[in-house]
Structure formats: structure tokens, C-alpha cells
Design a protein around this ligand. Structure first.
Ligand code: SER
Length: 316
């Protein structure tokens, strides 16, 4: 793992993961790529490549030109946007991933990482402490592509020895780059609304309980799995990772400890149906035993830190 390509480097997770890679591995060893160049100034010292992950030829040029041996592919269309355009979600999430996998096998790359998601679960999975190995019947195209991604990783590990790794991310809460098109996005939007308007209208219902994680834990988990000793990994692209679980109502009560006059109302839309069949919490014992996963942030500490960071971003 000497030269890393981050695809989707300007997205919610990519923007913070690339910064963490810069600190850990050195900016000269991290190539940032994204389909959208608008915020490339986030990484003025990295080599930046404009890349659509579905374009196999450009991807191959980038890998060869920069002597890449590790690809972290974060390019994906998320659950809510994916329901509006399922064909495109399939194209980006599956054909894009296949480009990465084929290239990694062809040029014998050291390892490939791509996220999976809690969206792999569905109505037939248990709701609490959802096991890693269970029935997967996703209710979104995004979830379908994430199940297929996990299966492809397993298949090419067995078939071609590809070192494929991935975490089933829960909803990720952060304050650097906004999430886009996900069902868990409310848990980020709510902080900006609380600080700015003291009111938030939620697109889920008050009882939608989902697993969530604060970005610093997400980065630690991702790096821990990426660096984990190959021989200790009993799974490939499907590690459950838990940190905290809450409903919009519980989150609201926690925010109200800091902003007492903050209020919320509910206008659930189609995303409520998506959230309905996702787990409330996950069993992450495999991640804990295989690569030492242990969350550090709680609901209380996350809310305090998010409000501090969001206030700092808002004009006085
Ligand atoms: N955050 C994602 C979404 O809501 C779940 O992985 O689509």
C-alpha cells in the first residue's frame, strides 16, 4: 500500500478520508479523483484527476501514470437519488466498481476498498443487532448494488486473489462536506437548521431508528480495515460497523440540551419507507475481533461537537 487513488475524493466521506490519508501516508502518495471538480481546491497539494468511474480507459491511465497500488472507490449514487434513477445508480455503482475490480486484477494492485452500506438489509433481516451474515433483501436499487458489490468482492477474492475490503457504513454525520442523496442525510441537515432557524422539518418519521456514526469514527474504521493484516480478515466487503443508534426524536432531545427552543416537525416522504427496513442497530462483533473496531464517539459527544463546528461555519 504505497500509492493510493481515492475515487470520489470530494464527496462527504472522500473529502475527509483524503485529508486523513495525506496526514498518514504523505500528500505525494495520495491521488485525489472526482467526477466533479468544483471543490478541487480542497486538496491544493494533491495530484487531482477528473474521473468518471464508469470510464475504464481514463481510470487505467490514471492508475498507470501515478503507479497506483491501492484504490479506495467511494463513487456511488446513494439510496434516495438512486430510487429516482435506478438505471444510473446501477451503472455508477456496479459498472464503476467492475472497472476498478478488473483493473486491480489486471495490474495486480495491492488492495481495493469500496463501501457497502446498511442499505443491504431489508424486510427479512432482523431489526436490532442485525447480524453480518443474514438474509439480504434490499428495498432500494442502492441496496441491490451494495449487495452485488459485496458478492463481486467475494467472488474475485476467491477467483483471482483480489484483496477486496469494505465496511457497511451506517449513516455518516459530518460537518466538512454535505452528504448528497441519502436517507440518513437528515442527521446532518438537522444541525444546520437548528443553528440557523431553530427549527427542522424532517423527511423521516419520529420513530425511524437508524445506526449512525460520526465522521472521525468513520475515518478510523476505514483506515483500520484498510491497513488490517490480510491473514486476519475472515470477511471481505461486508463488515458491519456500529457506533450509535437514534431516532430523529432522540437526536432532537439531545440538540435541545444545547438549543432549548429548537423544534422539529415531520413531513415524511418516500425516504421514510426506505428507512423502515434498515436496521436500528448492527452486530459488529466480526469487525471488533478481526481488526479491533471500537467506536469512540457517542450521541452526546457527537452532538456537542457538531453544534460547535456548524456554529463556527455560520456567519455571525
Ligand atoms: N447514508 C446512506 C444513505 O442514506 C446509507 O448508506 O443512502
Amino acid at each position: 500500500m504505497k500509492r493510493i487513488l481515492v475515487i470520489g475524493a470530494l464527496g462527504q466521506i472522500g473529502s475527509e478520508l483524503t485529508a486523513a490519508f495525506n496526514r498518514r501516508y504523505g500528500t505525494a502518495n495520495v491521488v485525489a479523483a472526482d467526477v466533479n471538480e468544483d471543490t478541487r481546491r480542497l486538496f491544493p497539494d494533491n495530484v487531482f484527476e477528473r474521473l468518471d468511474v464508469t470510464d475504464a480507459e481514463t481510470l487505467e491511465h490514471i492508475v498507470l501514470r501515478h503507479h497506483i497500488d491501492t484504490i479506495v472507490n467511494l463513487a456511488a449514487m446513494l439510496s434516495a437519488t438512486g430510487e429516482k434513477n435506478p438505471d444510473r445508480a446501477w451503472h455508477i455503482n456496479i459498472n464503476g466498481l467492475l472497472n476498478v475490480i478488473r483493473l486491480a486484477i489486471k495490474h495486480r494492485l495491492d488492495r481495493v476498498m469500496t463501501p457497502s452500506s446498511i442499505a443491504v438489509f431489508g424486510p427479512q433481516s432482523v431489526l436490532y443487532d442485525t447480524p453480518q451474515e443474514t438474509v439480504l433483501t434490499p428495498n432500494t436499487m442502492y441496496g441491490v448494488t451494495k449487495v452485488v458489490g459485496e458478492l463481486l468482492g467475494d467472488y474475485y477474492f476467491k477467483k483471482a486473489g483480489l484483496d477486496f475490503r469494505g465496511i457497511r457504513y451506517p449513516g455518516i454525520i459530518s460537518n466538512r462536506t454535505m452528504p448528497g442523496g441519502g436517507t440518513t442525510d437528515y442527521a446532518v441537515e438537522i444541525f444546520y437548521a437548528a443553528v440557523r432557524d431553530k427549527h427542522y422539518t424532517c423527511f423521516l418519521s419520529n420513530e425511524s431508528c437508524l445506526p449512525m456514526m460520526y465522521m472521525p469514527d468513520c475515518i478510523r474504521a476505514t483506515i483500520a480495515l484498510l491497513e488490517a493484516d490480510r491473514s486476519r480478515l475472515r470477511h471481505r466487503g461486508n463488515y458491519n460497523v456500529g457506533a450509535m443508534s437514534f431516532t430523529p426524536e432522540i437526536l432532537t432531545r439531545e440538540i435541545q440540551k444545547h438549543i432549548p427552543d429548537f423544534t422539529i416537525d415531520y413531513q415524511p416522504d418516500f425516504r421514510r419507507e426506505i428507512a423502515r427496513y434498515w436496521p436500528a442497530s448492527v452486530d459488529d462483533s466480526a469487525a471488533r475481533s478481526d481488526w479491533g473496531w471500537q467506536p469512540e464517539w457517542t450521541l452526546e459527544t457527537m452532538v456537542e461537537d457538531m453544534l460547535r463546528a456548524v456554529r463556527a461555519k455560520m456567519p455571525a
